[in-house]
Design a protein around this ligand. Structure first.
Ligand code: PEP
Ligand code: MG
Length: 597
């Protein structure tokens, strides 16, 4: 008896470390608040025919009340985080306006003569079941909207208070299976120290919101809700995507120090905002930001980025029914160009496929989607869609400093084909008398090994290169970038990768064109010095990492970096190169070593 209780208590304190997807940087240490597991308790009872009208009125009142709540959240979010984020709630309003759903509740209520809560819950479950089996990804994505709104309606029917994360009494770290956009939106910054979820990816709405709120977050942990309970101590490391439950004293102390270091660094880096990315010996570079939505421009500006090096336009095509019109795209690109002007924005044309699917395009499932019908391959096969985007980009080029680039170019043939369509788009605009920049620079993303190897040929025709290392690494090392089982093989420091980058930079420079790097590697601060030494001209990274990269550039001599890059390439494995890069960073810019192994 004694032994087992001893065993239990030691088990309870056992440290558990989990790896997930970093959604928003920073380190949070606090107590767990498990959120969203309490189900709404429903009681079913019969009603008389006379009571039916009363139940229908209650239902309509609950719908009205829910509508008011959602509109007020939508307003709050649009004001605090931007209209684009607020729009998520328009989908919730659509659920309320679904007359089929409302009618089905009323018809069932009359037939079954049961209280409206239980009838509504039945209809809701039926909808959710049907949607979970749907082939269409857009429809499956609507489950979280319907569940979110359904819960609100039930709470209003039951007269229950709206439970939200804005009302936490103590500072906590939220642990949830998933967080809906309305949960995230209601987080009271002062009381939510961080959050972690079982599901969700780098591009989920929850992850996007976490970055905007600047609350450390890790998503996609798979089973975190099974291993914690309320009150457990937890560390959220949003920089590395690590979560530690019930940390040992030693671990806790290490993380407390790293947290202090990180916060001090963030504070110190604020002053870099207006300073140029210039080395001690006077060589200048560009450190730009990556964006997914027009609303992200604010973060690019507030972090002192010197332009936008990658605008991933495919997000514009996602989470919606139908394709965006040329006009809609033009307005979005124009607004980004105007906001960032006179600095430059590089608009990447539609990069659909791989892990980014658009249900409205009815693209068949493939055995190897990353090697399949994606990005420029898709655009060349669907010229009407591609040309609408090209015209929108060209029209926006009259309003700012705009460049365009094609993703997944595998050789000069594809680059030329894309340019033929670009010329057609230009001709159409010319004959309609629509203004655009005739000399808009056109670049190639270098993310396929064949493009890197033939970059000498491409450099003769492209105006600039942007190396997409997220894909270049997966293709050159044959490591699926989203498969966590082989993530240990995904090495940006593999000599093959560094040699390809070197080759692309040299070939670009031979033809006098600038070379940028816009994959996640640009934010890997241990590698900034090597990239500087290889001669990279521009880094483009998520805005949050901009001050850190700038800081390294401003702390070193460009001439020393050349030697560091040369020495790095004498090692034979990725691991050795990373260790070498880290030791150099520790030596030359020690304050940047936020690194817990
Ligand atoms: C890349 O592949 O490095 C890149 C920037 O593009 P994406 O991550 O959107 O594929
Ligand atoms: Mg890519």
């Amino acid at each position: 008896m004694k032994e087992s209780s001893k065993k239990n208590s030691s088990e309870k304190r056992k440290q558990i470390q989990l790896k997930g997807i970093p959604a928003a940087p920073g380190i949070a240490i606090g107590k767990v608040h498990v959120y969203g597991t309490e189900d709404i308790v429903l009681r079913e009872h019969s009603i008389t025919s006379k009571e039916i009208p009363l139940e229908i009125t209650r239902f309509r009142e609950a719908l009205k009340c829910t509508r008011k709540e959602i509109i007020s959240i939508e307003k709050k979010i649009s004001k605090e985080m931007g209209v684009e984020h607020g729009k998520i709630f328009s989908a919730h309003l659509l659920v309320l306006e679904d007359s089929v759903l409302v009618q089905e509740v009323i018809v069932r209520l009359k037939k079954k003569k049961k209280n409206v809560e239980s009838v509504f819950a039945e209809v809701l479950n039926k909808y959710i079941n049907v949607l979970s089996g749907a082939k269409d990804e857009y429809l499956r994505d609507r489950i979280s909207d319907i569940t979110d709104v359904g819960k609100r309606i039930l709470r209003n029917l039951l007269g229950e208070e709206d439970r939200n994360l804005g009302e936490l009494e103590e500072e906590s770290i939220i642990v949830a299976y998933d967080l809906s956009p309305s949960d995230t939106a209601m987080m009271h910054k002062g009381h939510v120290l961080g959050f972690v979820t079982d599901i969700g990816g780098r591009t989920s709405h929850t992850a996007i919101m976490a970055k905007s709120l600047e609350i450390p977050a890790v998503v996609g942990l798979e089973s975190i809700t099974d291993v914690v309970k309320n009150g457990d101590q937890i560390i959220v490391d949003g920089i590395h995507g690590v979560v530690v439950v019930n940390p040992t004293k030693l671990f806790l102390e290490k993380y407390r120090q790293e947290k202090k270091k990180y916060e001090r660094l963030e504070h110190d880096l604020v002053e870099l905002k207006t300073l140029p990315s210039e080395t001690r010996d006077g060589k200048t570079f560009i450190v730009a930001g990556n964006i997914e939505l027009p609303e992200d421009v604010a973060s690019v500006i507030s972090h002192g980025a010197e332009g936008i090096g990658l605008y991933r336009t495919e997000y514009f095509y996602m989470n919606r029914k139908g394709l965006p019109s040329e006009e809609e795209q033009y307005n979005a690109y124009k607004s980004v160009a105007e906001k960032i002007s006179p600095k430059c924005v590089v608009i990447r044309t539609l990069d659909l496929g791989g892990d980014k699917f658009l249900s409205q395009l009815d693209v068949p499932k493939e055995m190897n989607p990353f090697l399949g019908w994606r990005a420029i391959r898709f655009c060349l096969a669907r010229p009407a869609i591609f040309k609408a985007q090209l015209r929108a980009i060209l029209r926006a080029s009259a309003h700012g400093n705009l460049k365009l680039m094609y993703p997944m170019i595998s050789g000069v043939g594809e680059f030329r084909q894309a340019n033929v369509l670009l010329e057609e788009a230009k001709k159409e605009l010319r004959s309609a008398g629509t203004p655009f920049n005739e000399d808009i620079p056109v670049g190639a993303m270098i993310e396929v090994p064949s493009a890197a190897i033939t970059s000498d040929i491409l450099a003769k025709e492209a105006d600039f290169f942007s190396i997409g290392t997220n894909d270049l690494i997966q293709y050159s090392l044959a490591v699926d970038r989203v498969n966590e089982k082989i993530a240990y093989l995904y090495e940006p420091t593999h000599p093959a990768v560094l040699n390809l980058i070197k080759m692309v930079i040299e070939n670009g420079h031979k033809e006098g064109i600038p070379v940028a790097l816009c994959g996640e590697m640009a934010a890997d601060v241990a590698l900034t010095m090597i990239l500087l030494g290889l001669g990279l001209d521009e880094f483009s990274t998520s805005p949050i990492a901009v001050p850190e990269v700038k800081n390294i550039i401003r702390s070193v001599n460009a001439s020393d970096m050349k030697m560091i890059a040369e020495e790095a390439l004498t090692f034979t494995t990725g691991r050795e190169i990373r260790e070498f890069a880290k030791s150099k960073l520790k030596e030359l810019v020690p304050e940047m070593m936020i690194d817990i192994e």
